[in-house]
Design a protein around this ligand. Structure first.
Ligand SMILES: [Zn+2]
Ligand SMILES: [Zn+2]
Length: 179
């Protein structure tokens, strides 16, 4: 399980805000050296959480504005981004639809979820999910993703729902939708 450092989260948050960031901007914003900035960029790109841009990094491009599962318009607060082994990309409106799509497929490369608090992208398989909370932004039952378990637990304390990992949440959604 690869946990992001607070600094990496900070960089992703800046990328989410601005779309694209140069090495110098990151250096200045975080007060770190150029070498450290490059190292952090490499890590984030390798994890599939950001893409290389000339002299910096940018947000991963969003392939389609409609959900591959239900055709609803993508809600960027909660969206799921899926890359297939053949390089094709798809989006799901929320983790709920993302799970339903993934359960039918075996040809999936990377899957990114969106942190509900910070709007940053994270590896969906390492995200923590809250199922069935009172905050229903998209499909029912609601599924929201978080990069930290502590955040997810705090959220569930206030808004209800069950805290689960990727596999647990996917199985639960499958089961509920099969009823
Ligand atoms: Zn959908
Ligand atoms: Zn949805």
């Amino acid at each position: 399980m690869q946990n992001l450092t607070p600094r990496q989260r900070e960089i992703l948050k800046l990328v989410a805000d601005k779309g694209i960031l140069s090495v110098e901007e990151i250096q200045q914003a975080l007060g770190i050296s150029q070498a450290t900035t490059y190292r952090e960029f490499q890590t984030l790109v390798r994890l599939g959480l950001a893409a290389k841009a000339p002299g910096g990094i940018r947000q991963i491009e969003v392939p389609s504005s409609h959900c591959i599962q239900c055709r609803k318009e993508i809600n960027f607060r909660v969206a799921f981004f899926i890359e297939q082994v053949d390089g094709k990309q798809a989006s799901a409106c929320c983790p709920h639809c993302g799970f339903m799509f993934l359960s039918r497929r075996t040809d999936i490369n990377t899957v990114l979820a969106t942190d509900f608090f910070y709007g940053t992208r994270l590896n969906a398989r390492q995200a923590v999910y809250v199922l069935g909370s009172n905050v229903n932004l998209c499909c029912h039952p609601s599924v929201l993703s978080f990069s930290s378990r502590v955040d997810a637990q705090r959220f569930a304390l206030g808004f209800g729902g069950e805290v689960m990992d990727f596999v647990g949440a996917q199985n639960k959604v499958d089961k509920l939708m099969a009823l």
